[in-house]
Write a protein that binds this ligand. Structure first.
Ligand SMILES: [Zn+2]
Ligand SMILES: [Zn+2]
Length: 352
């Protein structure tokens, strides 16, 4: 993620801002320019100072404060590039659901920022009724014995349990599942990985190379997951997988690796936006120092990304520990995992 600057007053702005704190200009995000812009009202529409010749409107979800993206006439929808994929939103007549939905939308828009920066524009259900990307944000049945919503992906349809937007509930589930990390953004990044497996691997003619790196995906998925939940991961899973869950099946390995690719690229971009430079005083070893001045969304090789990532994350994890918090990035990247990340990187960039 980048930092943005108000075109009117120069104030630093963040992706989720809707009003400039200094000059009070309304703000809207232009997905095609990947920029947040101060806006000038023009009748009922808006003229972005970043591109004053254009006249745009807000996505329909802006009335709920659930979206700050702008829409042109080219999309053919009252919803923005990110919101046109919503199939079911939470029932807003239920208390707290609007708050939950806003958290979900922030994570979803953050995901779409990365996808669009990588040149990955998912198809909607209108464009592809069978496999287009759609989101169902669903609540558990009010009855304690009723069916529980399972977060997951099925043929382009991503279901997110809206209870995941409650911090206490998500933390409860994280502990129950023995995960070192669980976030809404992580869910979105993981589940969309399954969608892009369909698009880029299965339908992209890459099954052969995929199987060389991730193994045989034709093994029974349900049985593999049941085995994983019964027996846990193999003892040496960290040598081959980025997370314990990734060891359950090659599809999950791909989705986990894909999510980590987005974690790394997007976090590095933010580090670069702040001009972060890591140079520990303890040692002069090259491997621990880095000046984060690359654009990880554009950069040529996975190795450059990893060379910048490792020193950064050693430093930031240590900062978190100094505050008594969990590591920002509580994962180990083995050489095999780095190769898998490199495969994701190649597939994404080959497409551009
Ligand atoms: Zn301003
Ligand atoms: Zn929107």
């Amino acid at each position: 993620m980048k930092l943005f600057r108000c075109q009117s007053c120069g104030q630093v702005l963040y992706f989720e801002n809707t009003v400039c704190e200094r000059c009070s200009h309304r703000l809207g995000y232009l997905p095609d320019l990947a920029t947040l812009s101060a806006l000038q009202p023009d009748d009922a529409l808006w003229r972005p100072l970043a591109q004053p010749r254009r006249i745009l409107r807000f996505c329909e979800n802006a009335v709920h404060d659930a979206c700050n993206w702008l829409v042109g006439d080219d999309i053919g929808s009252v919803f923005c590039l990110a919101c046109r994929h919503n199939r079911t939103i939470p029932d807003l007549s239920i208390e707290d659901n609007e708050v939950r939905w806003r958290k979900l939308e922030l994570a979803k828009h953050w995901l779409f920022y990365s996808l669009l920066r990588l040149g990955l524009k998912p198809k909607s259900r209108l464009e592809d009724p069978d496999g287009g990307l759609a989101f169902d944000f669903l609540a558990d049945s009010p009855s304690p014995t009723g069916p529980k919503v399972l977060t997951g992906h099925d043929n382009g349809l991503i279901t997110i349990a809206i209870e995941e937007a409650d911090d206490a509930e998500r933390e409860r589930r994280r502990t129950l599942m023995r995960e070192p990390y669980r976030s809404l953004l992580g869910h979105f990044r993981h589940e969309v990985g399954h969608y892009f497996w369909d698009v880029l691997i299965r339908d992209g003619g890459k099954l052969g190379p995929f199987r060389e790196v991730f193994g045989d995906d034709t093994q029974d998925y349900g049985a593999a997951l049941a085995t994983h939940y019964d027996n846990g991961p193999p003892a040496d899973w960290q040598e081959t997988f980025v997370s314990a869950y990734a060891s359950s099946h090659p599809w999950e390995d791909w989705a986990e690796t894909w999510a980590h690719y987005l974690h790394i690229v997007d976090t590095l971009e933010m580090a670069a936006a702040f001009g972060i430079r890591v140079q520990p005083r303890l040692t002069r070893e090259e491997t621990l120092s880095a000046e984060i001045d690359l654009d990880p969304y554009q950069t040529g090789s996975m190795q450059e990304i990893i060379d910048a990532w490792l020193p950064l994350i050693f430093a930031v994890n240590s900062l978190n520990r100094a505050m008594g918090n969990q590591d920002l990035y509580p994962f180990v990247l083995s050489p095999t995992v780095i190769d898998k990340l490199g495969f994701v990187h190649e597939v994404v960039h080959a497409r551009r």
